[in-house]
Design a binder for this molecule. Sequence first.
Ligand code: HEC
Length: 309
Amino acid sequence: MDTNFIHEDEIDFKAVMRTPKRQIGLFLILLIAAIEVAGWFYLNNMSVAYLKTTIDLPEPINTFERAVDTKAGTFVEGIDLKKYYQPNDSMINKGKELFLATCASCHNQNGDGNGQVGVALNPKPRNFISAEGWKFGRNFADIFKTLKQGSPGTAMASFDAIPLPDRMALIYFIQTFAKDFPKPTVDDFTALDGTYNLSKGGMSPNNVTLETAEQKIIDENKVNNEKLAALIKTSEDNCCAPPLKKVIRCKEKAYGALLNSNAWVGSTDNFVKFLQNTISTNGFKPTILTLSSQELTTYYNYFLTLKKS
Ligand code: HEC
């Protein structure tokens, strides 16, 4: 046997180093590996967790759940309000990025309120292109307040945990959907500052993920835990259940929500309304809202039988 034989799979580094062309190949491989490592570090060290949701973009329907990361309240620097008197390109781009990742599942990429989840909601998400139907107002300060408080009793949650500069950028971006949004005045900003201490800064609220908030609700309802476990078991043993994985994201949360509320009992309409108003926390997949009314009735009847069992 020829002792100089080199197996094809092995790289003869000496030969590589002697051949400039092959050196380039090796260099490229190392370069690609280095880029991957750098990218990995970048993604893992991004401090603002919701930015990661941009990676989920092909599936906008699930992204709004991850709007905020759990974080204890910290001192938040005030912002230099003057910088926000006028939007600039970088604000608009930032706002767009956030909008696509966090809002478009409901408000749609073009802002018309017909996002994948939005079409199934009642009340429907606001159509930003039109001046009609706004509840809290279209002024910069009005939208600021909406983002702070949400619209209770609807699918529109509070987005107060998004860092202030990003919220400002979001508002300016939303206002690009129509030409007739009122331009904020210096007085508007002074008033906002008076109400919310934007320039002084202060302690941020503790951010709690929806997940943690949901967990808290589950914990608070510990008394029901046995009942909940029994219900899940009954459901799993049931031969004739409609496909549950299709609509349930977290069993504990979904069955917990159904157990702890009677708001959905009575009709498919009540069931749908209940799902809509609690969709970001109830453990169901938002896609359930896109099902036909016949399918929804099937699920409603099934869950009702379970609840009564
Ligand atoms: C889960 C669906 C959903 C998501 C996600 C969502 N919204 Fe909404 N939004 C709604 C619904 C529903 C309404 C209508 C509420 C009402 O009629 O009371 C609404 C209304 C609004 C309004 C108008 C309030 C008014 O005065 O009428 C603004 C502004 C708004 N959303 C901004 C945002 C922004 C910015 C984001 C992303 C950070 C966002 N929304 C994410 C569902 C959503």
